[in-house]
Design a binder for this molecule. Structure first.
Ligand SMILES: *Cc1c(COP(=O)(O)O)cnc(C)c1O
Length: 245
């Protein structure tokens, strides 16, 4: 879609359409719409596009790159940012305290690095804690990010041992999506993530509450909502195709 293509729907219209689809999926699943948060994934989108969507009342935005998150958060009015990209330890300082929720914690070193940074921030802001989700790798070899399901208890123990500087609020997944796969192909992965959550929640730990399931993207968020998603991450359905990096 070129910018001068007047037949292209506006960002406001796209957002309204996605909101209606989220509401319809909640209704179909007998779920309270207040229990599902739509995250507008704005990676690689210009700040002006983010501002336009924010003006429609959208508060939650998702970013994948630490530097881009930091830059946009400085440029734009206060929004609730979600960090959903791979996080390297040397970028932790850009993300802690800027992102309300980090969705992609997948190893013990990362928990420690986030906790250390969060403790430093708590020196200036008493009570500060960084909220996180654990990204789970449900696809085995086919996927590089996320922790193996068998490693989940060890990661949860690391959050429990963090003294409250980091909190784990749930789990996140990115199902493998071959270009030609139908949205239904994600359902089994979403069910697996929910089952892992239910299993882990049976062993309560301090600083761990597994309320959230971050799952579902533009092509499969309705199925994710049917399977219990509390956070859906939707990019192209709201912003259109992403500019190339
Ligand atoms: C880019 C991205 C999304 C959004 O994907 P769309 O298909 O554009 O909706 C969601 N989650 C993660 C982790 C992403 O990297």
């Amino acid at each position: 879609m070129s910018p001068d293509d007047t037949s292209a729907p506006s960002l406001a219209a796209r957002l309204a359409r996605v909101r209606a689809q989220v509401a319809a999926a909640c209704a179909a699943a007998g779920r309270d719409p207040a229990g599902v948060t739509l995250i507008a994934v704005s990676k690689l989108q210009p700040p002006a596009a983010v501002a336009e969507v924010a003006q429609c009342g959208q508060v939650d935005f998702g970013e994948n790159y630490a530097q881009e998150l930091r830059d946009k958060s400085r440029l734009l009015p206060p929004l609730r940012w979600h960090f959903i990209g791979g996080l390297q330890r040397n970028k932790v300082r850009l993300v802690v305290g800027t992102a309300a929720l980090i969705h992609t914690v997948d190893d013990l070193d990362l928990v420690d690095a986030i906790a250390a940074r969060a403790r430093r921030q708590a020196e200036d802001a008493p009570g500060f804690a960084q909220d996180c989700l654990i990204e789970v790798n449900l696809a085995g070899e086919a996927q590089k990010s996320g922790c193996e399901p068998a490693r989940l208890p060890a990661l949860l123990d690391a959050f429990a041992a963090g003294g409250g500087a980091v909190r784990c609020l749930g789990l996140m997944c990115i199902p493998p999506a071959p270009a030609d796969a139908p949205p239904e192909a994600s359902r089994g992965h979403f069910q697996t993530l929910r089952a892992l959550r239910d299993q882990a929640a049976a062993s309560p730990r301090p600083h761990v509450s597994l309320h959230h399931l971050s799952m579902g993207m533009s092509h499969d968020f309705a199925i994710a909502i049917a399977e219990g998603a509390t956070l859906v991450r939707v990019g192209t359905a709201i912003f259109g195709a992403r500019p190339q990096q």
